[in-house]
Design a protein. Structure first.
Length: 199
């Protein structure tokens, strides 16, 4: 009997500690509060992304992690767009974005402003993501590329380096919004730690 009561107690304790939070308990901020927050010194460049759902998903990730800005390049669609909104869920209205017809112009502008630009791509001499060393005094930009062709070689040639996500299965290929999310999160961990340490 004691064992049964103790088991029920543990179940109740576990249930209470692992209870899903309601949306009202998530401390979501308003659009105005988002705009006033200090953003991480990271720009995400979308190079000829054809899927509106991927674009929206990347907007949503950038909103989640207070990314500074998104550069939309080439055939990448721009807001307002109902299909982008389906996955962005309003993040296209919070994250600052700008459109460039030429990705070369986008890279040039960022490098002129002191950003180190990295392609997220499988290239010779790429840096595995788990070995990437971040200089927290610098600003960064990452480029994610077209779902079929990846980041254009002309863009790769202009970059300060390339980041590759280590993969161990049969495909060695990730959806572009997933790849962006993995790299963004890794950089966010480094950059947000350095921001909190600086005050």
């Amino acid at each position: 009997m004691f064992i049964l009561i103790f088991t029920l107690f543990l179940c109740k304790l576990f249930h209470d500690t692992m209870q899903k939070r309601k949306i009202t308990e998530l401390n979501r901020i308003s659009v105005e509060e988002f705009q006033s927050k200090t953003k991480l010194p990271l720009v995400v460049i979308l190079d000829n992304i054809r899927s509106l759902h991927n674009i929206g998903a990347i907007f949503r990730t950038c909103d989640a992690f207070l990314i500074e800005e998104i550069y939309l390049c080439g055939i990448t669609a721009t807001p307002p767009n109902a299909e982008i909104h389906k996955t962005a869920l309003g993040a296209e209205n919070t994250v600052k974005w700008v459109y460039f017809e030429s990705i070369m112009d986008a890279i040039r502008q960022l490098q002129t402003k002191g950003y180190s630009v990295f392609a997220v791509e499988q290239v010779k001499q790429s840096i595995p993501l788990n070995e990437l060393k971040i200089d927290v005094t610098k600003k960064y930009a990452i480029i994610v590329g077209n779902e079929v062709k990846g980041v254009q070689q002309v863009a790769v040639d202009m970059c300060n380096g390339a980041i590759e996500i280590p993969q161990f299965g049969t495909k060695h290929s990730l959806n572009v919004s997933i790849a962006a999310g993995i790299v963004i999160w890794d950089l966010v961990k480094e950059l947000s730690t350095s921001q909190s340490e600086r005050g």
